[in-house]
Design a protein around this ligand. Structure first.
Ligand code: 5RP
Length: 223
């Protein structure tokens, strides 16, 4: 199966976690786009969605799914999103699509994080994928030095030759050269650095379930 077919497989499989009549938390990315297409087939049986990005909001609305402001609703039963990497404990690196801050917000508002991913995302130790960190531009140089002191190399993410601007009006640093043996401690530490909006380690908001797309079908991993 192609990676695209694996993404479609897990996007469809995630429907089983959607609670009829309720609002579902929706992530961002190419795997989630497959989920959104599948979700459209249930649109008359759900109340709507809370979205983690302008891009997902546009897709949901285009398919006739109502999108609620996160502040207008309470706790959600489930949040469904992809990942750039997921380890054996359900901890993830996220933010390849620059939506990490709102993804973490919606994940925190949800009782259960269901990760949908193809098997290329499964790793023993997080850190091969460059770690996205959303930062306030004024703090970029200092945060870059702080990562360098840990052995990491932070690069400003560009789009069309200019710094990428997130949905929150901030920038993204992508950090290579890190090996996250203790993702929870690492997330807590980087969260404390002034100017960091969100670090793309999802250990405090880790997955409860991962639907992993493999050539043999969907593997369900519970954490
Ligand atoms: C976006 C994300 C995505 O979940 C992550 O990048 C995976 O994306 P894809 O499903 O396209 O591989 O964190 O900010």
């Amino acid at each position: 199966m192609t990676q695209d077919e694996l993404k479609a497989l897990v996007g469809q499989a995630a429907l089983q976690y959607v609670v009829p009549g309720e609002i579902v938390g929706v992530g961002t990315g190419s795997t989630v786009n497959k989920f959104i297409e599948a979700l459209a087939t249930l649109k008359d049986r759900i109340a709507g969605a809370v979205s983690s990005s302008d891009a997902s909001t546009a897709r949901l609305q285009a398919l006739g799914i109502r999108v609620f402001d996160a502040n207008a609703v309470g706790e959600l039963s489930v949040y469904i999103d992809g990942a750039d990497e997921i380890d054996g404990q359900g901890c993830m690196i996220k933010g390849g699509g620059a939506a990490l801050t709102r993804e973490k917000i919606v994940a925190a508002q949800s009782r259960r994080f269901v990760c949908i991913a193809d098997e290329s995302k499964r790793v023993a130790v997080l850190g091969r994928f460059p770690l996205p960190v959303e930062v306030i531009p004024m703090a970029e140089a200092r945060i870059t030095r702080q990562f360098a002191a840990l052995g990491g190399t932070a690069r400003l993410r560009l789009k069309d030759g200019a710094p990428l601007v997130t949905d929150n009006g901030q920038h993204i640093l992508d950090v290579t050269g890190l090996s996250l043996e203790d993702p929870t401690a690492f997330e807590s530490m980087v969260n404390q650095w002034p100017g960091v909006v969100t670090v793309g380690v999802f250990a405090h908001q880790k997955a409860a379930v991962c639907l992993l797309g493999t050539d043999q079908g969907v593997r369900t991993l519970s954490f």
